[in-house]
Design a protein around this ligand. Structure first.
Ligand code: PMP
Length: 833
C-alpha cells in the first residue's frame, strides 16, 4: 500500500515528516518513478506499474505536461554542448533571449527581473513598487495567495540593500485587504490607504479556490491605480503561460497591468524559474542590483523557459480553450447530476475546480466528521487516486475545492477517465458510503505505526447532523465527559455500514486515521438534580480505540494520546464547560489529568465518585451474600496506586483483615509499607496466591497485563475490578460462575434523562461514576482541579454526600467493561433522515 522505498529511514521521513504522515493517513502516500504527458506512474503492491492521470499538474506548472519532448531536448542539448549553468556576473545570451521573448510575448515594453520561485518574484515586485512609489501599503484581496517567504532582507547587514525597503512600525509592509469583486470595498480601500505602494491581484484566485475576478472590478482597479500613481501588479504565477487559454490571465479582464509576475509553467515543468516584468518607463534601473540571487537567470533554466514560451503559441492557446471547454462541460454535467454533492464547477481554460458541498447532514458518520474537520476533499482525492487512478488535490485555502489543472494535451479518454472518477465519487458521497470512501485505506495489510498526532488544533464536530440543539434555555453550568471508542464495534454503532468490514479491517481503518483524530461531541443533554439544579452535559468521544490507547501506554509514548485528550478538553472549554471529567484511558494517559496544561477549565478524573460507587456496590453484594465484613478478609490489588491507596484506607476500617498487593517497584513498595504502618489490621503481601484467602477483592491497577487469574480467587469471592485495563478477564464470568464480578457501579439519574451516547452500553437514565462525578461537581459549581491526581478519602465521602443530595443512586453493578476486553455486539444503530 505504501510504495515507500529504501530511502525512507525507520524513523520516518526527514523531509516534511508531518506532511508525509498526513499523506500516509489518508492514503496519498505514493512514490512515482516515471512521468510523461498527463500521466504519472507508480509500482503497486505487487510491483505492477500503474498509470495515474495527473490533474494536479505540478500545482499548475505543467501546462505542457510532464517531460514535453522538446523541453527535454532543450535540456539535453544544453548539457551536451557543455554550456555553463553557473556563470553569474557575465553576459548570458540565452538568458537575454529568454527575457526578450518573454517581454514580447507579454506585449512588449517591459524590463525583466529574473528569480527562482513565484514567491521570490512577488517579493521582487513588492520591493520594486516600494522603491518606485515610496509607499509601504499594498492593497491585496481577501482569499489571495502569493507565496510563503518571510523577509530575508531584514537580516541583511548591507544597509544599501535593506534601507530602501525599510518600514516603520511592525517591520512588514502593510496590507489592506479588499473583498474580491466588491468595487465599493475597493474604492473605500483606495480612499483610506495613506501610503499605497501597489495593488496586487491574481486574475483567478488559485489557492483560494479558483475564483474568477470580474472584468468591471479589474478595470476599476486599473483606474484607481492610475489615479493614485501606483502599480497594478498581476500575479500570473498560476494564470500565466496559457493556463487560462490566453497567454496572460489578465487579458481576459481587459487590463494591462504595470507589473506581471510569472512562474510555474514558465519553466515548462522542468526548470525552476520566475520573472517579474515591469513596464520599461516605470522600471528603476537601480533595481538591477537590488534584487539578485545566486541561481536567478541561469542559462539552463532560461533555455527551458525560452522553449516553453515558443511552445505556448496561438495554436496551443486555442487547444487549451478547446480542451478546457470540453472538460468544463463534462464536469458541469456531473454537477447537474449531483447538485446535492457538487456546489459548483468553475474556472477558465484549464484552470478548473470542483467544489464539494459540506455533508453535515449525511447518514454517514465518516462523511459528517470528515466534513466537520475539513478533510472531506482530502479523502476524496485519496479515493480518486486509489480507486480511479485520478490525481487531484484540494486548493490550499479552500479545503472543499479540488483543483483540476491538466496539460493542454489532455486526451478525450483522459477526460472520460476523470469524469468516471468524479461521477463515482459523487455517487459514493450521495449514498453516504463511508466504507466505500475509505476502503482503500484497509484493503492491504497494515504496517505497524507509532502512535502520533498530525492534526493541529481542533474542530468542533458534532455527532448529530447539524448543530447542537438541546431543548430549553441554556443552563448556566456545563460539563463534559471525555471518552474514546471501546473497540471496533463502536465504529459499526456510529456507522452501521461498517458491519460489512471484518473486525480487522475496522481496526486498521481506525488506526490509520488515528493521526487525524478529532474529538466528536456525541450529544448535548440537560441533566437535572433532585434539587432542581440543571447541568448541560457534553459527552466528547475521541475516535480511537482502547487498544490504540493501550498501545500508547505500552510503548511508553503517550504524546499523541495526551494531545488528543487536550483537544477534547479544548472543545469542552469552547462549548463553555466549566469542568471536564476524564473517562476510560483519558485519565491514565494524562497521569490523572496532571499532564494536561492548566487552562481555564476544571478537570476531574472521575475516580473519586467511581471509588465511592464501587464501595457501595461491594456493600450491596456483601449484603446479598450475607457476608459480615468485620469477620471477612479484603484485598486491595494495586494498593500503591492513585485509587488503591485510598481504597486501602477506607476498606481497612471495615474488615477483619485487609491485604495489600501492589507493584514491586521500590517507591510503590515503600508506599505500601507506609500504609501498613499507618493503618490497622493491614498486611502487605507479595504473592498473589495469598489473594485466595480474601472474601472481597478490589482491584485498581494500571498494570498493562491482566494480573488476577482464576487460581488467585477463593470460591464465591466478590471481585470489584476498577482497573484500566481490566485486571480480571471477562472469561471468568463463564469459567467461574461462583464469583461476583463487578466492574464498578452504574448510577441512576433522578430524572432518568437519556444521555444518548452511541456505542456505550448504558441504558436510559443511567450513567457511569466518572460521568456522574462531572455532573455532581457541575451542580455544585466546582470548577477546579481538586479531583485530579490521587483520590482523597475525604473526596470520596464528599462525593457520596453530593450524590445523596442530588438524588444519584447506585442502580446496579456494572457488569461490562468499557475498555474492550470482550467481543461486543453492536449496541445501538442510529439513523438520520
Ligand atoms: N502566486 C501564486 C498565484 C501562486 O499560485 C503561487 C504558488 N501556488 C505563488 C505565487 C508562489 O509560488 P512559489 O510556490 O513558486 O513560491
Amino acid at each position: 500500500m505504501t510504495h515507500r522505498n529504501d530511502s525512507f529511514s525507520a524513523l520516518g521521513p526527514v523531509h516534511g515528516p508531518r506532511l508525509s504522515g498526513l499523506m500516509h493517513a489518508v492514503g496519498l502516500d505514493v512514490s512515482y518513478h516515471r512521468a510523461l504527458g498527463d500521466e504519472l506512474y507508480y509500482h503497486d503492491a505487487r510491483g505492477a506499474e500503474t498509470a495515474v492521470l495527473d490533474l494536479v499538474g505540478g500545482y499548475g506548472s505543467l501546462v505542457l505536461g510532464h517531460h514535453h519532448p522538446e523541453l527535454v531536448e532543450a535540456v539535453t542539448d544544453f548539457l551536451a554542448a557543455g554550456r555553463p549553468v553557473q556563470a553569474q556576473g557575465s553576459l548570458r545570451p540565452i538568458t537575454e533571449a529568454f527575457a526578450s521573448a518573454l517581454d514580447q510575448r507579454a506585449g512588449g515594453g517591459h524590463c525583466v527581473v529574473l528569480a527562482n520561485t513565484g514567491a521570490e518574484a512577488i517579493e521582487a515586485a513588492m520591493k520594486h513598487a516600494m522603491l518606485a512609489t515610496a509607499g509601504r501599503t499594498f492593497v491585496a484581496l481577501e482569499g489571495a495567495f502569493h507565496g510563503k517567504t518571510l523577509s530575508a532582507l531584514r537580516l541583511a547587514g548591507h544597509a544599501s540593500h535593506r534601507e530602501p525597503f525599510e518600514t516603520d512600525g511592525s517591520g512588514e509592509p502593510n496590507v489592506h485587504r479588499v473583498r474580491l469583486n466588491d468595487i465599493t470595498h475597493l474604492e473605500q480601500a483606495f480612499r483610506e490607504v495613506r501610503n499605497p505602494a501597489g495593488f496586487i491581484f491574481e486574475p483567478i484566485h488559485g489557492e483560494g479556490g479558483v475564483r474568477l475576478m470580474d472584468r468591471a472590478f479589474a478595470r476599476r482597479a486599473a483606474e484607481l491605480c492610475r489615479e493614485r500613481g501606483i502599480p497594478m501588479i498581476a500575479d500570473e504565477c498560476q494564470t500565466g503561460m496559457g493556463r487560462t487559454g490566453r497567454f496572460l490571465g489578465s487579458e481576459h479582464l481587459g487590463v494591462q497591468p504595470d507589473y506581471i509576475v510569472l512562474s510555474k509553467a514558465l519553466g515548462g515543468g522542468l526548470a525552476k524559474i520566475a520573472a517579474l516584468l515591469v513596464r520599461r518607463e516605470q522600471y528603476r534601473s537601480a533595481f538591477d542590483l537590488m534584487h539578485t540571487s545566486t541561481f536567478a537567470g541561469d542559462e539552463l533554466s532560461s533555455a527551458v523557459g525560452l522553449k516553453a514560451i515558443a511552445l505556448t503559441d496561438e495554436a496551443l492557446l486555442n487547444q487549451i480553450q478547446q480542451r478546457g471547454t470540453c472538460l468544463l462541460e463534462a464536469l458541469q454535467a456531473v454537477a447537474r447530476e449531483y447538485p446535492d454533492i457538487v456546489a459548483e464547477v468553475r474556472g477558465r481554460g484549464l484552470m478548473l475546480a470542483i467544489e464539494l458541498r459540506p455533508l453535515h447532514r449525511s447518514n454517514s458518520f465518516t462523511l459528517r466528521t470528515l466534513t466537520a474537520t475539513d478533510d472531506l476533499a482530502l479523502l476524496a482525492a485519496a479515493y480518486l487516486l486509489r480507486e480511479h487512478h485520478v490525481r487531484v488535490a484540494p486548493t490550499l485555502s479552500a479545503p472543499n475545492t479540488l483543483r483540476i489543472q491538466p496539460s493542454a494535451f489532455i486526451s478525450d479518454s483522459h477526460i472520460d477517465q476523470a469524469i468516471r472518477g468524479f461521477t463515482a465519487l459523487c455517487a459514493c458521497l450521495r449514498r453516504g458510503d463511508g466504507p466505500g470512501l475509505t476502503a482503500h485505506l484497509t484493503n492491504q495489510p497494515a504496517e505497524a505505526e507509532p502512535p502520533r498526532s498530525l492534526r493541529e488544533g481542533f474542530k468542533v464536530c458534532s455527532y448529530r447532523p447539524g448543530t447542537f440543539a438541546a431543548a430549553g434555555p441554556s443552563p448556566a453550568r456545563r460539563v463534559a465527559w471525555l471518552c474514546h471508542m471501546i473497540d471496533d464495534a463502536d465504529l459499526v454503532s456510529l456507522e452501521p455500514a461498517y458491519i460489512e468490514h471484518t473486525r480487522d479491517r475496522r481496526n486498521r481503518l481506525l488506526d490509520r486515521l488515528a493521526p487525524l483524530a478529532n474529538p466528536v461531541v456525541m450529544s448535548e443533554v440537560d441533566v437535572r438534580s433532585a434539587r432542581g439544579d440543571v447541568v448541560r452535559l457534553y459527552p466528547i468521544l475521541l475516535p480511537v480505540t482502547s487498544a490504540w490507547m493501550k498501545r500508547c501506554i505500552d510503548a511508553d509514548d503517550t504524546g499523541a494520546a495526551e494531545a488528543l485528550v487536550g483537544k477534547g478538553v479544548d472543545i469542552a472549554r469552547h462549548l463553555g464547560c466549566s469542568l471536564a471529567a476524564l473517562g476510560q484511558y483519558t485519565s491514565i494517559v494524562t497521569r490523572g489529568g496532571r499532564r494536561l496544561p492548566v487552562s481555564n477549565i476544571g478537570l476531574a478524573t472521575g475516580n473519586t465518585y467511581s471509588l465511592s460507587l464501587a464501595i457501595e456496590a461491594i456493600e450491596q453484594a456483601e449484603a446479598k451474600q450475607g457476608i459480615d465484613p468485620s469477620a471477612a478478609v479484603c484485598a486491595v490489588v494495586g494498593a500503591a496506586g492513585n485509587i488503591g491507596q485510598t481504597a486501602a484506607r477506607l476498606l481497612s476500617q471495615r474488615y477483619r483483615r485487609t491485604l495489600l498487593l501492589g507493584s514491586t517497584r521500590s517507591n510503590a513498595r515503600a508506599r505500601l509499607h507506609r500504609l501498613e504502618r499507618a493503618l490497622q489490621r493491614v498486611q502487605v503481601i507479595e504473592d498473589p496466591a495469598l489473594l485466595r484467602s480474601a472474601d472481597v477483592i478490589l482491584a485498581a491497577t494500571n498494570a498493562v497485563h491482566q494480573s488476577i487469574g482464576p487460581e488467585h480467587l477463593a470460591s464465591g469471592a466478590i471481585v470489584c475490578d476498577l482497573s484500566v485495563p481490566a485486571a480480571v478477564g471477562e472469561e471468568l464470568r463463564i469459567s467461574r460462575p461462583d464469583l461476583t464480578l463487578i466492574r464498578g457501579g452504574i448510577v441512576r439519574l433522578p430524572y432518568e434523562e437519556d444521555l444518548d451516547i452511541v456505542g456505550f452500553p448504558l441504558s436510559t437514565g443511567r450513567t457511569y461514576g466518572c460521568m456522574g462525578e462531572a455532573l455532581l461537581l457541575g451542580f455544585e459549581g466546582i470548577a477546579d482541579r481538586s479531583y485530579t491526581g490521587l483520590v482523597r478519602p475525604e473526596g470520596v465521602s464528599r462525593l457520596a454526600g453530593l450524590a445523596q443530595r442530588h438524588g444519584f443512586a447506585l442502580d446496579q453493578h456494572k457488569d461490562h467493561c468499557v475498555l474492550g476486553t470482550q467481543n461486543r455486539e453492536v449496541a445501538h444503530v442510529p439513523t438520520f433522515a
